[in-house]
Design a protein around this ligand. Structure first.
Ligand code: CUA
Length: 313
């Protein structure tokens, strides 16, 4: 990487990051060079042709053919280079190889849900095997979002009722940041995820058991992590204040009144039902806006959330 890249661009972590950067850096240098030429000429002419006395008159100049050809043809070549080079790079960056590993990603306010070829699901963390191109098919359940992996130079709008796609192949295993790059409402800035490019053993373990650290984590702590990562935090406060959903503080063992007039004590089964079928029972004073988490959370996470709610006295 040259100094411009190091200064302004994140690390190049995908196979096509370098070609994308090369075009970008080229265009940036063209801009810098022409800015300097134009600005220097402007300053020079302002000084050289300053009106110095009341009888100063601008000479009558019609045109200069050589000069006009030079300043037309040189830029023409430069924009043609940018066009062909950019188009070629665009094709490389957009068209996934046929043997790609395919993942489905669904955006909703305000989380990323992923579905793997074997039916496994995860929230806000995408695990992919290292050494294979990955094709991510994107869709949204509500508004416009954007799937942005800066280290991979990958970005695409995510739309409701239409599929878009991106692909990448990481150059080394590791952890990368996924951002939503389209303003999508209150918690847009918290719509973050992680992409783990795993070695085969790590990937297989993830599919089988979920992330490695879950095994050693106390349930309430896993619940707290799920609360933050799965997006519960957007609507359920921990301090008793009213959000778009009821606060979790002290609700365990209390009685919830529902809009249909019935009521129920908040226990393990009620919490599980509310996670899996949130439209089933709507607490009085709230709207039924929560999406279902059925199949999105592993058993351990649901147990963790229950343990966490119990711990919030
Ligand atoms: Cu989703 Cu911004």
């Amino acid at each position: 990487m040259n100094f411009l890249e190091r200064l302004f661009l994140p690390p190049q972590a995908s196979t096509h990051a370098k070609v994308v950067d090369d075009v970008f850096i080229f265009v940036t240098w063209v801009n810098i060079i022409f800015f300097v030429i134009v600005a220097a000429a402007a300053i020079f002419f302002v000084i050289k042709y300053k009106r110095r006395g009341p009888n100063d008159r601008t000479p009558h100049v019609t045109h200069n053919l050589t000069l006009e050809l030079v300043w037309s043809i040189i830029p023409l070549f430069i924009v043609m280079i940018i066009f062909f080079w950019g188009f070629q790079t665009y094709m490389v960056a957009r068209i996934a190889p046929n043997d790609s590993f395919e993942v489905q990603a669904t955006a909703k306010k305000w989380l990323w849900a992923f579905e793997y070829p074997d039916g496994t699901r995860s929230i806000n963390e995408l695990h992919v095997p290292f050494g294979r191109p990955v094709r991510v098919v994107l869709s949204s359940e509500d508004v416009l979002h954007a799937f942005f992996l800066k280290d991979f130079r990958v970005k695409s709008d995510v739309l409701p009722n239409r599929y878009t796609e991106v692909w990448f192949e990481a150059t080394k295993p590791g952890e990368y940041v996924l951002q939503c790059a389209e303003y999508c409402g209150k918690d847009h800035s918290r719509m973050l995820g992680k992409v783990f490019v795993d070695n085969k053993a790590d990937y297989d373990r993830f599919i089988a058991e979920g992330p490695a650290d879950w095994k050693t984590m106390p349930p309430a702590e896993l619940g707290k992590m799920t609360y933050e990562q799965a997006g519960c935090v957007s609507c359920h406060s921990l301090d008793g204040s009213k959000g778009q959903g009821p606060s979790w503080k002290g609700i365990y063992g209390s009685t919830h009144q529902f809009v249909d007039g019935t009521s129920q004590v908040v226990d393990e089964n009620y919490i599980r039902q509310s996670i899996e079928n949130p439209q089933g029972k709507i607490v009085k004073g709230y709207e039924g806006i929560m999406p279902t988490y059925q199949g999105l959370l592993r058993e351990k996470q649901i147990n963790g959330v229950i343990a966490y709610i119990k711990s919030l006295k």
